[in-house]
Design a protein around this ligand. Structure first.
Ligand SMILES: [Mn+2]
Length: 451
């Protein structure tokens, strides 16, 4: 038996009214002028032979419709200001084996598309549209099959010499992604929900972690917590003990937890399409050593400085600048680098211990869409509704002979998710224990067994 896909999301969004998705389409229809925009759903991906990966809808498609089936195309016609969904027709056999298909009637009635048709008629429809539009907009280079399907139809239109096949091809990202950069109230609510599930999962791990467990056993507990609340992982869990924390995207998760080591956990839940992204670093045995606490406190101070910089009027780079200055001070105090703070900053020698950025956009994608630079190459200014992470870190590899011995093998990152508000920011994940005292208290609270 084949399993074509197993959606992890309920078919209709439980809290966001369908009018919200329709109003996003209407805004986009206004933005595209007289062009035609075609947006395909995600492709299904084979895992092995006839087994498929769990289907995850295309993020732009989710944003504009919350229609979760594979094999569909959304068309926005700027001339008629209408949105049309092409999707699978009803199919009794499919219903028996895989479940209900939404079909054309329900697409229009429940999802508020202006029109709907069967996917098999999309190619002929697009060929006709080619004669009516000078400009076609689509997500080029995202789905190779769809690229060639559309370009073939355009060539066909040109070959028939009925003039006017689209002369101008534009990328849909430039229209949709600026919209996605500013989150509306429904998105913020979904992100808070994803954050709340993730906060509980991180707290549970602090309570349940013991020396002698394996990293993958803790990763399994994250899976349980997320799925127990009808979420999935927004990205692969990073559960990195000891020196493994110095591998930024550590994914093996197969090491034994040793008494005296720290554990870095970078994990976030995706809930109804929205991601959380939290990192906490805590002691495997529940108590920081003096050296660990010293390094941790500098990362925490950098975190606080970066959070204070997350407000309107500052740029997307401001939190990183604030964190970097504190971390340089810390590296000097800890004996990791030498010279003056100005030199270390100018020479970038701090990058040996802090080698990544402090923020990325967050939303439907964990590394969400949206520009970081303006067209004149300036850093984007923070505005209310933008969602970003704040995640400074310090990583001292075990084999770094230039570092003080007591600090080798310590990797620490702390990460929260914030929404910019008119007078600062809302920290979605701030309730996750973060100070040394709060973490040690949570680790000691092992009595409350979660599962
Ligand atoms: Mn992150």
């Amino acid at each position: 038996m084949t399993h074509a896909h197993s959606p992890s999301l309920s078919s209709l969004h439980p809290t966001t009214p369908m009018t919200v998705f329709k109003s996003r389409r209407d805004r986009l229809l206004k933005a595209i002028g007289e062009a035609i925009l075609v947006l395909p759903v995600a492709s299904e991906a084979i895992r092995n032979r006839d087994v498929y990966h769990a289907f995850r809808q295309d993020s732009d498609f989710l944003y504009l419709s919350y229609f979760l089936e594979p094999n569909a195309v959304l068309v926005l016609d700027g001339k008629t200001q209408q949105s049309t969904l092409f999707s699978r027709p009803l199919d009794e056999l499919h219903a028996i084996w895989e479940g209900d298909i939404i079909g054309q009637q329900r697409a229009q009635r429940d999802y508020l598309f202006d029109a709907s048709d069967e996917i098999a008629r999309f190619d002929a429809f697009l060929l006709e549209q080619c004669y009516l539009h000078d400009t076609l907009i689509m997500p080029f280079s995202r789905y190779a099959d769809f690229d060639s399907r559309v370009l073939t139809i355009i060539e066909q239109a040109k070959a028939t010499r009925r003039a006017r096949a689209p002369q101008q091809l534009l990328h849909s990202d430039q229209f949709i992604h600026p919209m996605r950069l500013i989150k509306d109230e429904y998105e913020i609510a979904a992100m808070q929900h994803a954050a709340d599930i993730s906060i509980e999962a991180h707290k549970a791990l602090m309570q349940q972690t013991q020396p002698g467990q394996y990293e993958y056993q803790l990763a399994a507990r994250l899976d349980y917590q997320f799925r127990h609340h009808f979420g999935v992982e927004a990205y692969g869990h990073i559960v990195a003990s000891g020196n493994n924390a110095c591998t930024l995207h550590y994914r093996k998760n197969n090491a034994l937890l040793r008494d005296g080591d720290l554990l870095l956990v970078d994990a976030g839940c995706e809930y109804h399409g929205y991601a959380a992204d939290i990192t906490r670093t805590f002691p495997v045995n529940g108590r920081f050593t003096q050296s660990q606490a010293a390094v941790y406190q500098w990362v925490l101070t950098a975190m606080e400085a970066a959070l204070a910089a997350a407000k309107p009027g500052n740029s997307i780079r401001s939190p990183h600048e604030a964190a970097t200055h504190v971390l340089i001070e810390g590296m000097l105090a800890l004996g990791l680098v030498s010279g003056t703070a100005e030199q270390v900053y100018a020479d970038k020698t701090y990058q040996r211990y802090f080698m990544h950025g402090t923020s990325h956009w967050l939303g439907i994608d964990v590394h969400d869409v949206g520009d970081y630079k303006t067209q004149s190459d300036e850093d984007v200014q923070l505005q209310p509704g933008m969602a970003l992470t704040i995640e400074p870190g310090l990583y001292i590899r075990a084999d770094d002979e230039s570092a003080p011995e007591a600090l080798r093998g310590i990797g620490i990152r702390i990460e929260d998710d914030v929404i910019i508000t008119p007078d600062g920011h809302l920290n979605l994940t701030g309730a996750t224990p973060k100070s040394i005292d709060a973490i040690e208290a949570c680790c000691a609270d092992a009595a409350r067994e979660i599962n």
